[in-house]
Design a protein around this ligand. Structure first.
Ligand code: NAD
Ligand code: UD1
Length: 371
């Protein structure tokens, strides 16, 4: 019997939060994902976890996406038929402080990848964009036709990248481009083996709440309770990261099956307030989340959630998890990995929550794979 050839898909930034979950989804869908990451915001232990989860060697090339000839070499070596571009910086506040670093890595990184793809004749690309390109929408739900009005340097980098991709498509219709505008990805793989691992004080709500639940932080500061929303706190469209990962598989499938390029929102279409997340997390964890109301955070909008009908009709994709599922899996990940990937290595898939495995001597999972 001949072995089915698994098409290679390059994942720039594949060792990060969304990339690692997408790695698992691609393997399950019959692709051969190849990670390219410089580990500037991720930890090599994730590779061991991916090996455990997928029961296969994890292909990973350590390097910078700004190094075009390196990227071209990776595409050639692994005969990639498509690339998903996750690599980039994502902290809105930091982008205001260090705009050059953001424009250089996010816009420069995409340009470098596209040049490498052109020289290697690989012209199918999926780009990680963000709902932040819409700025403060006039109404909700937000469709893809809404005007873009980025407010931070980070948001500008995302829109610039979208524009670069649109120009490329116009210049050469053989490019197949999928732009995915994510709403608020949260949660973790249900195994508790991979998840979000922010360094320092989390900027985002869910990792902050999980750290309060586990006792690392004393209480949540709710940024504003005077918004024009049902309970006065900000409303967002939270999306389970495994649903988001499945959205990437649907995007790659669609681009490889036909030449149609697209820009789609990926969200659940449901809005949840900050207090709604707190209550859901309390249900999931059985713990009380202490919180206090503080002033609004600069740059925050009252509410946004997606119109997700285009993703459904174009890609046959829709979210399957609700906010309770997201909180359950975030909590599971946090309990099993109180310090994220730091101070840890492989943990057993069969272990109960909170019970971290002790790595065995000579355990192959202790050595980084392929880097
Ligand atoms: P992440 O920081 O966990 O992952 C990004 C990965 O890219 C990291 O592993 C980092 O080491 C790597 N990287 C950064 N610059 C690199 C470079 N120059 N060369 C090689 N590797 C590099 O972030 P994430 O949450 O997984 O986000 C992935 C993408 O999705 C980002 O582009 C982000 O802007 C976008 N996005 C994320 C969210 C979110 O809430 N997480 C929302 C909307 C859009
Ligand atoms: C933020 C980014 C957005 C990015 C997204 C990724 C800003 C202004 N926007 O969106 O560009 O795409 O993350 O997920 O940073 N909150 C609290 N207390 C906290 C943290 C958050 O009350 O400690 C509130 C916020 O005010 C907001 C909600 O929780 O109402 C969600 O916040 P967050 O997780 O940071 O996401 P966004 O602000 O939607």
């Amino acid at each position: 019997m001949t072995k089915k050839i698994e098409p290679g898909v390059l994942l720039t930034g594949g060792a990060g939060y969304i990339g690692s979950h997408t790695f698992v989804a691609l393997v399950e869908a019959g692709y051969q994902p190849v990670i390219l990451d410089d580990f500037s915001n991720s930890h090599p232990v994730v590779l061991q976890r991916l090996q455990q989860l997928t029961d296969r060697d994890v292909l990973c090339e350590r390097g910078n996406v700004l190094d075009t000839s390196f990227v071209a070499g990776v595409l050639r070596r692994h005969r990639c038929v498509a690339a998903i571009h996750f690599a980039g910086f994502k902290a809105v506040g930091e982008s205001v402080q260090r705009p050059l670093m953001y424009y250089s890595n996010n816009v420069g990184g995409l340009l470098s990848l596209l040049q490498a793809m052109e020289t290697t004749d690989c012209r199918t690309v999926v780009f990680s964009s963000s709902a932040t390109v819409y700025g403060d929408p006039a109404t909700v739900p937000i469709t893809e036709q809404f005007p873009c009005a980025p407010e931070s340097p980070y948001a500008h980098t995302k829109l610039m990248c979208e524009n670069i991709l649109a120009s490329l498509r116009t210049s050469d219709p053989s490019w197949r481009v999928g732009v995915l505008r994510y709403f608020n990805p949260v949660g973790a793989h249900p195994s508790g083996l991979i998840g979000e691992d922010p360094s320092g004080i989390p900027n985002n709500l869910m990792p902050y709440v999980t750290q309060v639940a586990v006792g690392k932080r004393s209480s949540l500061n709710v940024f504003g309770n005077d918004y024009p929303t049902p309970d006065g706190t900000g409303v967002r469209d939270y999306l389970h990261v495994t649903d988001l990962a499945a959205g990437h598989v649907a995007a790659v499938d669609a681009l490889l099956a036909n030449a149609q390029s697209f820009t789609v929102n990926l969200g659940t279409g449901e809005g949840t307030s900050v207090l709604g997340v707190v209550r859901a997390f309390e249900r999931a964890s059985g713990r009380t989340i202490p919180f206090e109301f503080g002033p609004r955070r600069a740059g925050d909008v009252a509410q946004y959630f997606a119109d997700v009908s285009l993703a459904d009709s174009l890609l046959g994709w829709r979210a399957t998890c609700n906010i309770d599922d997201m909180c359950r899996d975030s909590w599971h990940w946090q309990q099993r990995n109180p310090d994220g990937y730091r101070n840890s290595s492989g943990i057993s898939l069969n272990q109960q929550s909170g019970d971290l495995a002790q790595p065995k001597p000579n355990d192959p999972l202790l050595s980084p794979i392929g880097i």
